[in-house]
Ligand binder design. Structure first.
Ligand code: ARG
Ligand code: ZN
Length: 890
């Protein structure tokens, strides 16, 4: 059924207290729920309708007496209830071992775990399963003592002891009222790393990370990240840990990344476990980011939560913004901060922009949904974070902090809306660029689609004026044929032809000496005039949208020489990188339009050589500059300009340019390898990670070039490194270099790697992914993927493993979008196979063909047929049904 934001009604009843008892058994768990219910006077006399799913009711008592009840539309309905507060007791059972959806109470590796966001609690017991019903919980867990020595729930442990028949129990009490989606329990055979800390506030806290026995030596980084998160939130936002005990538990079967349950975060093992032998630098960075993210939810999400699920970005956008800032602060130096920003923007453009242009486009605050789990999207998370970032830009760093303070002063303990958040930030900054345009700004919450920002400029050397005209437009998106103007903060600078940063003085303003300004475009079109620019040597180059100050497509016609100036000199590292990407992208687009074969011309090759040769630049930054825009990004640029997308041609063009990079820059690659190929002892810091990234990129290039030239030395070195590397980043990089180049040594290297890590699930996932992402060559990669689906280690029941092969395949355009449609046929079969097991996982995979309408024929027709094949299935889950229905709607 379609749920609409405008239909929101406060609940008929409040549930103030929840007392749960679990008699844990894998095949059948008994749940006794004792609720303190209070009718909401606003909705006096209405029936109480409790959500429930896949559970069996055994008894209902009101104030200790049995009552009549009925089931309607999947809900348990109690019609005749007291008008005063009353006690409601419900008994029901559920079957954790049969719960393959991994929502609610389920087992993984013989242990019990829960996942309740968004609507899993109703799969545990009947409840008002909505985020605006907040209650204080007391939880009793009873289970076999030998099999389940550890019994955890939210809050504080208040009692434990032994029972008959080898069972034991624990009682947990959480003093903070919370919505049901933040409830959690864990029962199992686990060990933990723990650490006591004294916070700045002077309070003592116990931090714990629970894992399976063999994984304890992979928990140090997660613990360090947690300690750093606690310190960061105190220092940056004045927010302290409000619990005596904070626990993280790792589980290997998990639908998403992690979950911020109050005091008991549950994590996908992928985002907890890390040691140098099994995890890459990227994994270390992800662990830090996700540990931070879930910890920061304790305030932005838990203390202040969402009134309804349409407000999801209230907590997710804000918390992503906070984790991005945390990672930047942890990276330290300005250049490392810029690297993190570039990586975040790359993700945003590759995933969120594509989403915003397709059938699943929705506002940051959606207006309707069929399955809320489908709206845990890049738009709600990443674009939502950009919206928060723009607010911070408009009110300044101190202003944003004041706004956050006001937000907590007003709303701590409440379930609120995105409007409440924006209002608090604006009210704390009266007169600011945000407060004076708040209504217009909030269109970022209500309008979907990525706006296009056009920029043109004119320089009058004699008058010393630089005139910049900015205008905006937005294409229609589902349900939104016309858009109103967005409020777009545009950070700008001017770079002289000699590379100097010029002082910016707006017409009519006193000179300030500032070399960067944030212009605010809040209408269709606006002109800004900078003055005092006399005596310059040549036309200055505008550096627009610095730091990616707004989530828009920048449409600025730039000459190569302007971009080369920015690439060489811009003081804004983001735009320096962006200039290099534009230069490469323009060449690929020219080739794709058939204007000329793809070539690495002397000017661009020279500029890229200069970047690699520049001793003062970070290795991490060099690696980003030298990475060509991805095939997905190129495809989206084509689609946006109305051209049909042929992934095979994009692949060929990009590979052609990559081969030229390998060939023409060979001395630079050799030098990079010599400088960074051995980073010494492993430390997962930004500097070392950057050096390893550049070394691995160099190795890829050198192996690629060796294959072309028939030289055996570099493949031999890579093979040796697969065997004797001292960390996973180097080992995987070397393996990838051989696999990407389709070198004969790739096969023995893959076999060696698999044998080394047979028992390490997360590493075997990498082994699958690496093969699924290999550079497609004569259809061999796709054939390999299809064969790997039958490998003894492959299973659809473990989400990480399923994703490691199948999601990876959909991210390999040339392998997936085959001319004969075999990729699509395989995809539809996998979606249909997963859907009855795990709808959330199936519906994510189902989104892989969202952009089918942009494809060139015959791919377009083949993709449509594949989606129709899925849609024709009568018993699809609501999750997958929503995705394919939207994909096929016109
Ligand atoms: N709140 C979690 C996070 O962002 C995500 C949980 C989403 N779960 C789901 N089934 N949709 O950290
Ligand atoms: Zn989150």
């Amino acid at each position: 059924a379609l749920v609409r934001r405008e239909d929101y009604l406060a609940p008929t009843h409040w549930i103030r207290g929840v007392d749960l008892t679990f008699e844990l058994e894998g095949h059948k768990t008994l749940v006794i729920s004792r609720l303190q219910v209070e009718p909401n006077p606003e909705r006096a006399g209405e029936a109480l309708r409790l959500d429930g799913e896949d559970i069996v009711l055994t008894r209902v008592l009101v104030n200790g007496e049995s009552v009549s009840f009925r089931f309607e539309a999947g809900q348990l309905v109690l019609d005749k209830l007291p008008a005063e507060p009353f006690a409601l007791e419900i008994r029901n059972t559920c079957a954790p071992e049969k719960n393959t959806q991994l929502s609610g109470l389920y087992t993984s590796g013989g242990n019990f775990f829960t996942q309740c966001e968004a609507q899993g609690f109703r799969r545990i017991t009947y409840f008002l399963d909505r985020p605006d019903v907040m209650s204080v919980y007391r939880v009793t867990l009873r289970a076999d003592a030998r099999a389940f020595p550890v019994l955890l729930s939210n809050g504080n442990l208040v009692e434990q002891g032994t029972l008959e028949n080898g069972r034991h129990y624990a009682v947990w009490s959480d003093p903070h009222p919370k919505p049901s989606y933040l409830f959690a329990l864990v029962a199992g055979n686990l060990v933990c790393r723990e650490q006591k800390i004294r916070a700045r506030s002077g309070r003592d806290h116990l931090l714990q990370v629970y894992v399976r026995a063999g994984d304890l030596e992979k928990t140090e980084h997660a613990m360090n990240s947690l300690i750093a998160s606690v310190a960061w939130d105190e220092a940056r936002f004045g927010l302290s840990l409000d619990l005596e005990r904070f626990m993280i538990v790792a589980v290997s079967d998990f639908n998403m990344g992690a979950m911020e349950n109050k005091g008991l975060n549950i994590f996908n093992t992928k985002f907890v476990l890390a040691n140098p032998a099994t995890a890459t630098d990227i994994d270390f960075g992800n662990v830090e980011a996700v540990v931070g993210h879930e910890y920061f939810h304790n305030w932005t999400g838990n203390r202040i939560t969402c009134r309804d699920w349409f407000q999801l970005s209230l907590k997710e956008g804000l918390t992503v913004y906070r984790d991005q800032e945390f990672s930047q602060d942890m990276a330290g130096e300005a250049s490392a901060r810029a690297v993190k920003r570039i990586e975040d923007v790359r993700q945003l453009r590759q995933i969120q922009f594509v989403e915003d242009a397709g059938p699943m486009a929705h506002p940051v605050r959606p207006d309707s949904y069929q399955a809320i789990d489908n709206f845990y999207t890049a738009t709600v998370y990443e674009k939502g974070a950009e919206v928060v970032r723009m607010m911070a830009t408009l009110v300044g760093r101190a202003g944003f902090r004041a706004g956050m303070d006001l937000y907590f002063a007003r709303h701590d303990g409440q379930a609120v809306t995105c409007d409440d958040f924006a209002q608090a930030i604006a009210d704390a900054n009266p007169g600011s660029a945000l407060a004076t345009r708040l209504d217009g700004f909030k269109r970022w919450y209500s309008q979907s689609g990525t706006p296009r920002l056009q920029a043109t400029s004119h320089f009058d050397a004699e008058a010393g004026t630089f005139t910049l005209t900015l205008s905006q437009s937005a294409l229609p998106s589902p349900g939104q044929p016309v858009k109103q103007a967005f409020v777009i903060p545009v950070a700008v600078g001017l770079v002289g032809r000699d590379g100097r940063a010029l002082a910016l003085q707006l017409e009519g303003e006193a000179p300030s000496g500032d070399t960067e300004r944030v212009l605010v475009l809040d209408t269709e079109r606006q002109t800004f005039v900078f003055t005092g620019l006399t005596g310059l040597d040549g036309v200055p180059v505008p550096s627009l949208l610095r730091g990616f100050s707004a989530p828009v497509v920048l449409d600025w016609t730039a000459a190569d020489e302007q971009l080369l100036t920015l690439l060489a000199h811009d003081s804004d590292a983001f735009n320096r990188w962006e200039a290099g990407q534009r230069l490469a992208l323009d060449r690929m687009l020219q080739a794709l339009r058939g204007e000329q074969p793809v070539a690495l011309d002397a000017a661009l090759a020279g500029a890229l050589r200069a970047v690699l040769d520049e001793p003062t630049l970070d290795a991490a930054f060099k690696e980003l500059v030298l990475t060509l825009p991805s095939e997905a990004y190129v495809a989206e640029r084509l689609a946006e300009s109305g051209q049909a997308v042929d992934p095979q041609r994009i692949h060929a063009v990009r590979e052609g340019l990559r081969a030229e990079l390998a060939r023409q820059l060979q001395p630079q690659w050799e030098a990079a390898w010599a400088a960074h190929g051995d980073t010494g002892g492993y430390r997962p810091d930004a500097l070392g990670a950057g050096r390893r990234a550049l070394a691995n990129q160099a190795l890829h290039m050198l192996v690629l070039q060796s294959v072309a030239s028939g030289d055996a030395a570099w493949p031999g070195r890579a093979y040796q490194r697969v065997k004797d590397a001292s960390n996973m980043t180097d080992r995987l990089g070397a393996l990838s270099a051989l696999v990407q180049a389709h070198h004969p040594l790739a096969e023995p290297a893959l076999a060696h790697f698999h044998a080394l890590f047979r028992g390490e699930a997360l590493v075997i996932d990498k082994w699958f992914t690496l093969q699924a992402l290999a550079c497609e060559h004569e259809g061999r990669v796709f054939e390999r993927i299809r064969a790997l689906a039958g490998h003894a280690d492959f299973t659809l029941r473990n989400p990480n493993r399923a994703r490691s092969l199948l999601m990876a395949m959909t991210q390999n355009p040339a392998a997936f979008h085959r001319g004969d449609g075999a990729g699509y046929a395989f995809w539809s079969a996998q979606v249909l196979a997963i859907d009855p097991i795990n709808p959330q996982l199936a519906s994510r995979l189902a989104r892989a063909l969202d952009r089918w309408r942009a494809l060139a024929e015959p791919l377009r027709a083949a993709a449509q047929a594949a989606i129709e094949r899925v849609a024709a299935h009568p018993d699809l889950s609501p999750d997958t049904r929503e995705i394919v229905t939207r994909a096929l709607a016109d």
